[in-house]
Design a protein around this ligand. Structure first.
Ligand SMILES: [Zn+2]
Length: 503
C-alpha cells in the first residue's frame, strides 16, 4: 500500500471532489501542492473591516494573505463576490456521541463550523483521554475539544447519592478528578447547576473545583443555576465563582427564560459590565432562538413535581402550556411533536395533570418558547457575547443545524443588529481566545487553514422546530486544516478534524 501523508491525500481528493461536484470552481492542474482562494472579500475574524485579498493554503496552514498570483499548477478556488472567513468555533456543542455516529457532521460543517467543544452543561465524556483517543483514531470532519463536567465527576464520587451537598472529603475527591480531566486535555470546567446532579452543590464546592481548572489555565463555563425568576442571583453566583477561583467565566446560552424576568436584559448586562470593570473576566454565549430545549423537569425549579401549585406556577412562568413542545418521550411516543396544551386537551385533563403524568413516566425532552427577541438582541449586541449553538449533531432543536447562518443572515444582514464583521468575530476569534486556541479563529499567515466561504447575500438557516436538521443555505465551501469537508451543498467525506488537547 502506498503511504501518502494525510494532507497530500486531502488536497488530491479535494481537486477530484471539487471537479466532480462543482465544475464551476476552477481546477488548473492535477499536480497540486497548494491552493489559492481568489476574489473573496476577506472578513478575517478580528472585527476589522472586510478587505479584498487572495489567501493561499499550504498543507494545513494559511501561508499567505494579500495580492499575489497563483503559481503554475496551483489549485485556484474562485470566490468572487463571496466572503472568506475563519471557520466558526462553537464553544457549546452537544455532538459528543453524534460525532462517533456521523463523523462527517453535515449539519455542523454546512453551517461553517470547523471546531466544536463538547462537555458542556456539567456533563463530559469520561475518561476524557479515552474519548479523545477514540475520536482521533476514528477521525472526524471537525476539530474537537472538551470540557470536564462537574456533574460527571460529582456522580463518580457520590454515586446515586448526589441530591445533597457534598462533604469536604467528597469535594477533595472531585477535585482530583477535575485535575485528571484537565491533565488529559480539557479546556476548563463546565457546570450545569440547574440540572439534577448539579443542583444541590454549594457555590463553595464549585469554587474549589474551579480553582483546580484555573491552576491549569482553564476556564469556568456554566449553565447557571437558574434561568428563570432567580436568574440574576444565578449570574451573581457565576461571577462570584470567577472572582474567588480567579478563573475566566463563560455564561452558557445567556437567557431570561420566564415571564417574570422578561425585559431585564439591561440589568443582566449592567451586572456583567460591573464585574468586567473590576477585572473579573466574564463573557457569555447566546443561541439565536427564543426557545430552549431541555428536560421537562427544569420547568419546576423547586422539583416539587407532585405539587399542583408549583407545577401550575412553572407552566405559567414560561407563558403557558402552549409554549411547551414535547420533542421526545419514551413512554408516550404519541406525545412527540405536540404541545403540552394539546396533549392535555386530547386526554381531557389539565396541563398540570399532563405534566405530572409525563414526569411520572420518566419525563420527556421539551422545546419551550420562553424568551423574547428584545432580550436576545440586547445580549447579542454586547461585545462580550459570542455565538454558540448549544446544538450539535442530531439536536431536537433548529439551533443544531441553523445557528451560525441564522445569526449571519437574519440578525446581521436582515435586521442590522451588528455588522457582518462583528458577527464573524463573535463566531471566530472570540471563542478561539476563550478556548485558548492560538492558531485558529483568524485569517493570518501561519494560522491553521480552517476556512469558510459563504455567500453574504444568501446565507440563511432553514431548520425549524418540525424539521430541526434541515441544512442551511449559502455556505459554499468549508476547509478544516486545509482540507475541504463541504463543497456546495455536499460533504466531501474527508475527515481532517484534529482532536485538540489544552496544553
Ligand atoms: Zn445548557
Amino acid at each position: 500500500m502506498m503511504k501518502v501523508p494525510n494532507c497530500c491525500l486531502g488536497i488530491a481528493l479535494a481537486v477530484c471532489v471539487s471537479a466532480i461536484l462543482n465544475p464551476g470552481w476552477a481546477v488548473q492542474s492535477q499536480v497540486v501542492t497548494s491552493s489559492i482562494i481568489v476574489g473573496a472579500t476577506v472578513i478575517d475574524g478580528s472585527g476589522r473591516p472586510a478587505f479584498q485579498a487572495n489567501v493561499r493554503v499550504e498543507g494545513d496552514r494559511i501561508s499567505e494573505v494579500g495580492s499575489f498570483k497563483p503559481r503554475p499548477g496551483e489549485e485556484v478556488i474562485d470566490a468572487s463576490g463571496m466572503v472568506l472567513a475563519p471557520g466558526f468555533i462553537d464553544i457549546h456543542n452537544h455532538s459528543t456521541e453524534g460525532l462517533a455516529i456521523t463523523p462527517a457532521a453535515p449539519t455542523q460543517v454546512s453551517q461553517g463550523i470547523t471546531t466544536l467543544a463538547v462537555g458542556a452543561d456539567g456533563e463530559s465524556p469520561w475518561p476524557l483521554s479515552d474519548y479523545l483517543a477514540k475520536l482521533a483514531k476514528q477521525r472526524v470532519a471537525v476539530n474537537v475539544l472538551s470540557f470536564v463536567g462537574h456533574a460527571t465527576v460529582r456522580e463518580r464520587v457520590m454515586g446515586d447519592d448526589w441530591n445533597r451537598a457534598a462533604t469536604p472529603k467528597e469535594i477533595a475527591a472531585m477535585a482530583k478528578l477535575v485535575e485528571q480531566g484537565m491533565n488529559q486535555g480539557a479546556v476548563g470546567l463546565s457546570t450545569g447547576l440547574e440540572y439534577d446532579v448539579g443542583l444541590k452543590s454549594t457555590t463553595e464546592e464549585v469554587i474549589e473545583l474551579a480553582k483546580i481548572a484555573a491552576k491549569q489555565g482553564g476556564i469556568y463555563m456554566s449553565h447557571v443555576r437558574d434561568e428563570a425568576d432567580q436568574v440574576m442571583t444565578a449570574f451573581e453566583e457565576a461571577i462570584r465563582i470567577g472572582r474567588e477561583a480567579r478563573i475566566p467565566v463563560q455564561i452558557s446560552h445567556i437567557k431570561l427564560g420566564t415571564v417574570g424576568v422578561w425585559g431585564q436584559s439591561g440589568r443582566a448586562v449592567a451586572m456583567v459590565d460591573a464585574a468586567r470593570s473590576k477585572g473579573i473576566d466574564v463573557t457569555a454565549d447566546c443561541y439565536p432562538y427564543d426557545a430552549w430545549h431541555s428536560t421537562i423537569t427544569v420547568l419546576i425549579p423547586s422539583r416539587r413535581h407532585d405539587n399542583p401549585i408549583a407545577v401550575k406556577r412553572g407552566l405559567d412562568d414560561v407563558g403557558g402550556a402552549e409554549n411547551i413542545l414535547i420533542t421526545d418521550c419514551a413512554a408516550h411516543r404519541d406525545f412527540e411533536g405536540k404541545t403540552l396544551e394539546a396533549i392535555a386537551k386530547g386526554k381531557g385533563i389539565t396541563p398540570v395533570e399532563a405534566y405530572r403524568l409525563i414526569v411520572k413516566d420518566r419525563g420527556a425532552g421539551i422545546v419551550c418558547r420562553s424568551m423574547t427577541q428584545a432580550d436576545i438582541k440586547t445580549f447579542y449586541q454586547q461585545p462580550w457575547v459570542m455565538v454558540a449553538s448549544d446544538g450539535g449533531i442530531g439536536a431536537h432543536h433548529p439551533r443544531g443545524a441553523g445557528t451560525f447562518p441564522k445569526v449571519l443572515g437574519r440578525f446581521a444582514r436582515e435586521q442590522h443588529w451588528f455588522s457582518l464583521e462583528e458577527a464573524v468575530r463573535k463566531m471566530t476569534s472570540m471563542p478561539a481566545a476563550r478556548l485558548g486556541l492560538k492558531d485558529r479563529g483568524l485569517i493570518r499567515e501561519g494560522m491553521k487553514a480552517d476556512l469558510v466561504i459563504f455567500d453574504p447575500k444568501r446565507i440563511i438557516d432553514r431548520s425549524t422546530f418540525k424539521e430541526p436538521e434541515l441544512i442551511s443555505e449559502g455556505v459554499l465551501r468549508v476547509l478544516v486544516n486545509g482540507e475541504p469537508v463541504w463543497i456546495t451543498g455536499k460533504i466531501t467525506g474527508l475527515l481532517p478534524g484534529a482532536v485538540i488537547r489544552r496544553t
